[in-house]
Design a protein. Structure first.
Length: 343
């Protein structure tokens, strides 16, 4: 088996400078020295680092393109891919990559760590070695166990576009609130095969989509929100899409001005999707009177999608179909690779 590891940066790539004590990115040589096991198993591992290595707060759609392009360029030569990434924005990157490929039929496993690779108590080694094992896991018929973009951390493998970073302190930094884990790693790695998706047709060539439109915004409602604040976002020049973060099952204050502003924005061509501020559960527009207005204004339901998945999916669809809002809306309401459940 052959696995390609793409090192983008983040805490996992850090070591402490012996003189200053500060954490700094390790060069490839130092990184390899900390995990010699990586190159000592029966899986053949090669590594491509970003230059420079980046904190994940500095990653953006160009970085997603860079990661996806490396996978695309090496797709035939490798059985699986591991992307080492800072944990802060890992869920955005994993979501973005899940939407960028058509016919993905090999594993892409994102992982990182809460403590640098160069520290004794680091969680980096386990996360990295288990991710490599998952990326190389194939059955006897030659089919990968997890032909999805996924995220592994602290014993749990999740569908990438279902994850959210939930903890800045514990090793278990991520959760997938609305979809169970695809696998658990203890003494053995136990895969939950019924939950793993097969979204790509291995007989068709891999296709990569790279056009992101970043003219999007997240509008988070709160009790007491004022019209000028809402207007400043909805009237932003060139804006094309909005993730509207609502209360509970997708509810919003019943101000007349809010309804009017949203209605006019949709009429003007903005794509607005309702995403609940709750981690668990789904938007159910029309269930309460206070969400009826949103429905009437033309706001779409995001069901139980995460903000990370909705935002990246919206950016990609707006970029891929710049003049076809109807298509963008149709695809936003459709799960493309398991990112939400609508029944
Ligand atoms: N700031 C770091 C990053 O996201 C944190 C981490 O890797 O855990 O790059």
């Amino acid at each position: 088996m052959k696995v390609l590891v793409i090192l983008t940066g983040g805490t996992i790539s850090m070591v402490r400078n012996a003189q200053t004590g500060a954490l700094q990115p390790a060069d490839l040589h130092t990184f390899k020295a900390f995990v010699p096991e990586m190159f000592a198993s029966e899986t053949q591992v090669n590594m491509i680092p970003f230059d420079p290595l980046l904190d994940s707060s500095d990653l953006n759609p160009d970085s997603w393109r860079q990661m996806a392009q490396i996978v695309y360029d090496h797709y035939e030569q490798y059985d699986g891919f591991v992307i080492l990434h800072g944990t802060d924005t890992m869920s955005y990157s994993a979501s973005a990559l899940s939407f960028m490929f058509d016919n993905l039929s090999k594993p892409i496993v994102f992982t990182g760590s809460q403590l640098p690779i160069g520290m004794l108590r680091s969680d980096a080694k386990e996360n990295l070695l288990t991710s490599i094992e998952i990326a190389a896991a194939y059955d006897q018929e030659g089919k990968p166990f997890v032909p999805e973009v996924c995220l592994y951390m602290d014993g749990s493998l999740y569908r990438g576009n279902r994850t959210t970073k939930r903890n800045a302190e514990h090793f278990s930094a991520f959760n997938s609130y609305n979809y169970p884990a695809l696998a658990r790693a203890g003494v053995h790695i136990t895969y939950n095969k019924a939950l793993i998706g097969n979204y790509g047709n291995a007989c068709h060539p891999l296709k990569l989509k790279t056009n992101f439109d970043t003219r999007v915004a997240i509008l988070k409602l709160f009790p007491g929100i004022t019209e000028p604040v809402v207007a400043s976002i909805l009237d932003s020049p060139g804006l094309r899409g909005v993730v509207l973060e609502t209360f509970g099952a997708g509810n919003a204050p019943s101000h007349e001005w809010l309804y009017r502003r949203l209605y006019n924005a949709v009429e003007k061509g903005l794509v607005i999707v309702n995403k609940t501020q709750c981690n668990t559960g789904s938007v159910a527009m029309g269930h309460y009177a206070v969400s009826m207005n949103l429905l009437k204004a033309g706001v779409l339901s995001g069901y139980d999608i995460t903000t990370e998945a909705l935002l990246t999916k919206m950016m990609l669809l707006l970029g891929e179909f710049p003049n076809d809002n109807k298509k963008v809306k149709e695809l936003l309401l459709m799960p493309l690779c398991g990112e939400f459940t609508n029944e």
